[in-house]
Each structure stands twice: as C-alpha cells, then as structure tokens.
Design a protein around this ligand. Sequence first.
Ligand SMILES: [Zn+2]
Length: 59
Amino acid sequence: MSITPITPELLSIVVCPVCHTRVAIDVEKALLVCANAMCALGFEIRYGVPVLLVDEARK
Ligand SMILES: [Zn+2]
C-alpha cells in the first residue's frame, strides 16, 4: 500500500474545510496545504486519507 495514494483527481475535488480553497500536496511533509496564503492550514494524510478536520489542522 502506498503511503500517499493521493491522486490528482482527488486533489482536484478536495478543498480546505475552513476557507474552501483548493489544497496542494506537500510530499515531504505528507500534508495537504491550503493554497490560500491567508489560511495556509496543513492537513495530515493519515493512512493515505487526508484528515480534513479543522481541529486537527496545522498552521
Ligand atoms: Zn484554507
């Protein structure tokens, strides 16, 4: 099982739960990072699934 089976198709539908901006993947940190510079929250990818929870988001 791949660590990050995040596909471009998945990325194209995932948005930040806070500001509803598209997210980009940070492969090194295994994070999805909100593309909105004013928000820029990072969402952990846990077992290949992005954890899009505001409570668990990282600044
Ligand atoms: Zn955001």
